[in-house]
Design a protein around this ligand. Structure first.
Ligand SMILES: NC(=O)c1ccc[n+]([C@@H]2O[C@H](COP(=O)([O-])OP(=O)(O)OC[C@H]3O[C@@H](n4cnc5c(N)ncnc54)[C@H](OP(=O)(O)O)[C@@H]3O)[C@@H](O)[C@H]2O)c1
Length: 353
């Protein structure tokens, strides 16, 4: 029996995780948390709406924490799991992007382990498993390109939140759906992959595969590439992380290979500058990734509330990165302070935008 603590239980990942837990008698939900939505219909002995989740986790004594909170708010659960030596099934990429160094240090101290839930990183994890990194030439992260792939900047000038939320292949929460439309999501995933797999940025490529069938691939030094392929359905990586290393059954059908045509294309980084901004923030290190993430969260909220045009999201993030010192955070308090400062800069940027 594996005891699962589910944070972000009311969200897109959270709901699908509950489906997986209910389908497998060897999984048991020992705790559930949300930000503000009531958890009346969630069957768990310990539940919490809002507030600090670390007390809940201490009481729940889970075998695995599924962090499906959206945004930097997930940082405390990520650090708690890694420090406590508990498996961390990580959907909340923002915590690893913003707090990568601290998270890795907590993992080294606590002996915890990260099982990625992001479909691309789950794919890479599976392609890499038990292979040494020196055999790897490149990691290749795939992306659909979002709803605005192929558009020019002029065509993006007046797009609405409704249009940005119409993702072609995935049904997800609003924040990650907007991130997919700006390509910030691929930028966050680039930094996430750097920390997860301890690989330099110049060995991580991004390629678009519009139907989201190829979830990512690893190029090895002997010329072979291993890819993870399947229909876009988050129940597969959620199930993989929760039942690792058993690979339990899911309702997802096998790929009909005869019905497939796969196309790939390079991302248009001129039209979608968030990818380049993320790469620069990652390469500069320190708290630049934290500032990238914080500014993006503020800008996405403003876009969804129609206080900022779509193209303004990248402008706000670029401005915040230009005004941040990026000094490394030596403690959680310093990281929280870097996040707070970047948010304040972003709010300032919104006022002049
Ligand atoms: N959805 C996907 O297919 C997908 C794929 C890959 C990665 N991810 C990642 O998974 C995470 C969740 O995405 P999502 O699409 O499931 O988001 P979502 O549908 O917006 O759900 C977010 C969840 O986080 C909870 N939450 C928000 N603030 C919180 C706080 N301060 N404390 C505790 N819980 C809080 C929300 O609770 P309330 O309902 O109370 O607001 C909700 O349960 C994100 O990091 C995203 O990048 C998602």
């Amino acid at each position: 029996m594996k005891r699962v603590a589910l944070l972000g239980a009311t969200g897109s990942i959270g709901r699908q995780a509950i489906e997986i837990v209910e389908a497998h008698p060897e999984l048991e939900l020992c705790a559930a948390a949300s930000g503000s939505t009531p958890l009346d219909d969630v069957d768990a002995p310990l539940k919490q709406v809002g507030g600090d989740v670390t007390d809940l986790l201490e009481r729940a004594r889970p075998d695995v924490v599924l962090n499906a909170v959206v945004g930097f708010a997930g940082i405390h659960a990520t650090l708690w799991a890694l420090e406590s030596g508990v498996d961390l099934a990580l959907a909340n990429k923002e915590s690893l992007v913003a707090g990568g160094e601290l998270a890795l240090a907590a993992m080294a101290r606590g002996g915890g382990r990260i099982l990625p839930v992001d479909s691309e990183h789950s794919a890479l994890y599976q392609c890499l498993e038990s292979r040494r990194l020196e055999q790897v030439e490149h990691l290749v992260l795939t992306g659909s390109g979002g709803p605005f792939r192929g558009r020019t900047r002029d065509e993006l000038d007046s797009v609405t939140p409704e249009e940005a939320l119409a993702h072609p292949t995935w049904r997800m929460g609003p924040k990650i759906t907007v991130d997919s439309a700006t390509l910030a999501n691929k930028g966050l995933e680039l930094i996430e992959a750097h920390y997860l797999f301890d690989i330099p940025y110049d060995r991580i490529e991004i390629i678009l595969q519009p139907t989201s069938i190829v979830h990512s691939l690893v190029r090895f030094r002997d010329g072979a590439s291993l890819a993870h392929v399947g229909y876009p359905d988050m129940r597969v990586p959620i199930s993989y992380a929760l039942t690792y290393p058993e690979r339990a059954t899911t309702p997802v059908p096998p790929l009909d290979l005869t019905a497939l045509t796969l196309q790939f294309e390079a991302p248009d980084v001129e039209t979608f500058p968030m990818l380049t901004l993320a790469r620069e923030a990652g390469e500069r290190g320190g708290t630049y990734p934290c500032a990238f993430n914080a500014a993006n969260e503020v800008a996405v909220t403003a876009f969804l509330e129609e206080r900022l045009p779509f193209l303004g999201i990248a402008d706000v993030v670029e401005d915040v990165l230009g005004r941040s010192d990026g000094a490394a955070a030596e403690s959680v308090d310093e990281l929280l302070e870097a996040d707070r400062r970047a948010r304040a800069l972003a709010e300032e940027g919104l006022r002049v935008a």
